[in-house]
Design a binder for this molecule. Sequence first.
Ligand code: COA
Length: 250
Amino acid sequence: MSIDVARDGAIAVVTIDRQDALNALDVETLTELRDRLRELADDGEARAVVLTGAGEKAFVAGADIKYMSSLEPEQAKSWGALGHEAARLLEAMPKPTIAAVNGFALGGGCELALACDIRYASSRAKFGQPEINLGIVPGWGGTQRLARVCGIGVAKELIYTGRVIDAEEALRVGLVNAVADPVLDHALSVARELAAKSPVALALAKRLVNMAPGGLEREADEFGDLFASEDAKEGLAAFVDKRTPRFVGR
Ligand code: COA
């Protein structure tokens, strides 16, 4: 099994497990990842998703270079589209996604982490878009999402040089939200915190933030609509009553 999905209450932990290749993604593994993410996007029981890599060394060491070495342009387009699909699911599914980066997050691995809503790194994690050294460029969203997350200046330097950075530098340039050991425990504790909040409000928050910087009008509109939800009534009333809210997801 190259993709394992485990449940911890309302949290789904997706583990990429292809350790003999440092969890690099081949067609089979990436297809399975895409399929599991599709299921989780529609799964009302899963309120937050944590993505991580198996073993001590790697989150994901990239797309499988051996596989890519024989691709013709049309095949490479399909391969790119599959990676885009997986990344888009992480970015757009109506619940928080958290990358727990436990080692190498290179190339496609860095791109999958960038597609998650939140990134945490272990102190020995390493990040980079080294595609330039293979004569190619990032193809699963890295040119856009690295620029969005870290700014165009940082994105161009990392993508042009292919330089691999450590967790401390990743934190400094805003590529990760925090460095924590053990990183999976930290990601799970945040996921648990998020799973207790209103899923309706979280889904809307995600949709609106994903529209940044162009979503001001939509926010003004959707903010109002949200007041029709049971969760908004409950959250506001609970504060006034000085009690803990109980969110039902409606
Ligand atoms: N695709 C396919 N196989 C990969 C891989 C990838 N992206 N990354 C690592 N592997 C494989 C290696 O080929 C090796 O397999 P082998 O034992 O059959 O030769 C195995 O994983 C272990 O990797 P190895 O290079 O021996 O480990 P290391 O600790 O010396 O180096 C890295 C680790 C991550 C620095 C190195 O593996 C590397 O540079 N990988 C490619 C990273 C990359 O360019 N990713 C972007 C792809 S677009």
